[in-house]
Design a protein around this ligand. Structure first.
Ligand code: ADP
Ligand code: MG
Length: 245
């Protein structure tokens, strides 16, 4: 499979603090890469850099071989879903979803609406197109936010802790949508604290700590027999036994 994303020697600083310190990674078309690491290690910043929402202090980020900061067309190639859904409160679900493809991509309104309905059906929201965000549960809002991203046809989808603000029973319905996207062959980078989900969905796990990639392995290896002591410690913080011991 060809490479879709290439990050070469990325450096990101906020003032004097170096948050991403020489990060290099590659994501192939159709691959699902899960990014793990402790809070504050730079996961969100990495995704924001890849989505061209941050200036960078060193290195380069290429999508389909094109530098995202000079290439200009990156915005249509990368989609991102955040922890907070950021739906417009005064617009219906359907209008939230169709706004950008119609206004930004100048696509045909009727076609976009048809596609929106198709996608809403796929995530179990076929009857919610006329609802306003306040009328939806957190899980429904997050699924609508995923549709809003999908309808732009991004080549690379970034998910940043999309279930972190949800009640447990809603986590599953959102994770199932993402699992379904993986089955369809979508290329994704996923930041999550749901370890079982990470293990189930990842083709590859990348762990970041102290601004550096400290381990990169297939999930079977990472979750059962990681190379680094740091990864082992990190994984232990998620097991009940370690809390009781
Ligand atoms: P993570 O998502 O892994 O929890 P973040 O990428 O959000 O970590 O943050 C990494 C580090 O960068 C943290 O120390 C955070 O305080 C800092 N940081 C993030 N955004 C900014 C910003 N806009 N200005 C200054 N510091 C920031
Ligand atoms: Mg974060």
């Amino acid at each position: 499979m060809p490479e879709l994303l290439k990050v070469n020697n990325l450096i990101k600083r906020f003032g004097d603090s170096t948050v991403l310190d020489d990060i290099s990674l590659t994501v192939k078309k159709g691959e699902v890469v899960v990014i793990l690491g402790p809070s504050g290690c730079g996961k969100s910043t990495l995704l924001r850099c890849i989505n061209a929402l941050e200036d960078i202090q060193g290195g380069e980020i290429l999508i389909d071989g094109e530098n995202i900061l000079t290439g200009g067309k990156h915005n249509s190639k990368v989609g991102m879903v955040f922890q907070s859904y950021d739906l417009f409160p005064h617009l219906t679900v359907l209008d939230n979803i169709t706004l950008a493809p119609c206004k930004v991509q100048k696509r045909d309104k009727a076609q976009v609406r048809d596609e929106a309905r198709e996608l809403l059906k796929r995530v179990g929201l076929f009857d919610k197109e006329k609802s306003y965000p306040r009328e939806l549960s957190g899980g429904q809002k997050q699924r609508a936010a995923i549709v809003r991203s999908l309808i732009m046809h991004p080549e690379l989808l970034l998910f940043d802790e999309v279930t972190a603000a949800l009640d447990p029973e809603m986590v599953r319905e959102v994770l199932e949508v993402i699992l379904d996207l993986a089955k369809q062959g979508k290329t994704m980078m996923i930041v999550t604290h749901e370890m079982q989900f990470a293990r189930a969905i990842a083709d590859r796990v990348i762990m970041i700590d102290g601004g550096k990639i400290i381990e990169e392995n297939p999930p079977e290896r990472f979750f059962t027999n990681p190379d680094t002591e740091r990864a082992r410690q990190f994984l232990n913080t998620f097991t009940y036994e370690s809390v009781r011991a």
